[in-house]
Design a protein around this ligand. Sequence first.
Ligand code: MG
Length: 383
Amino acid sequence: MNKFTLAALAATSTTALTALAALYGDTPNATHAWSVHDMNRPRPKVIQAEPGKPPSDAIVLFDGVSVDAWCMGRNENEPCKWNVVDGAMEVTRGTGEIRTKQSFGDCQLHIEWAAPAKVEGGGQGRGNSGIFLMGQHEVQVLDCYDNETYADGQTGSIYAETPPLVNACRKPGEFQSYDIIFHQPIWEGNVMKFPGSLSVFHNGVLIQDHWELEGTATHMTRRPLKNKYAEKLPLRIQDHGNPVRFRNIWIREIPSRYANTTHGGPGVKEADVMALRKETAALLEKKVKWDAPNTFETLRQAMEVLSYEKTEARMEPFIKLAQAYLEGLAKLDAEALKNKKDEIITLRNDTNVLIRNGVFADTCKLRAGLQKIIDEQGFEKKR
Ligand code: MG
């Protein structure tokens, strides 16, 4: 448990007051539609991630038996001709590359592979294959266990662009894993905003750390990406003439960071942020009962709404209610005020959040009135 969670729990348990979803951390701003630690913010979907199994939201591309998710690379109507041997899909020399029937964009890909146990050939001729994300960018598969070749063509290289950070190869014949995180290039019209990136874990070891792509798959010559390709394309696996085996292949489609336009990140758009803030304020406002007898709750709910979107139409009744609330407190004796100590401190804290974030002015009369009572009654006096 981090210190913020502890602080939140402490705050709610000592005051025994209903915690508001927002009004704790910094409020929304021009680039963030939610406050810090905002309980109104939608929670991520729950999935199952059991040891040794694909995550429940993954698409299984090969389970050790069926090659139905695949077809031959040159023709989607031609069934995958690679053989299944001992629960693994094996490159069948001369048949050509294969590709998924389904197309994918940004993704997390898990794939296990083994170079032939019988070592044949050397350099790029030993256990060569490759994983082509969207058919465009190759993560090299090669037997680099005691096998010399150029660095930018080693196991786990982004072929012809960059070597892996380390050589984490296991012996030929042993299964190894790639966990790949791929983001495709982002274009705005004909201008590239982001070149795309690849991160790769080889046998659990980070070997490509968010490499920003220089171009598309190539050999010998550099091939910068000049034109946009489709948003989703099949995953391809290379037939380089070596009987490399593949098993346990699953993929998870993931959003581009540019798809998030409402909360931080490189794709954030102020108009979208403000639209979501407006929508949230309108939803929360439905709970605010201006004429309810519990002024304290109403004030808090109203302040939460104001933290998302402050309008004159909302400020007017709020100010009236705040005045009435303070007038009510002014009529109470010390004992009655003491009974409302938690309420008064909580409300003062809420106003502090809004003042800190510029929603309310420093001169906020509600805060001043509450603070005066807190000081006069010694509510925060250290013993
Ligand atoms: Mg290759």
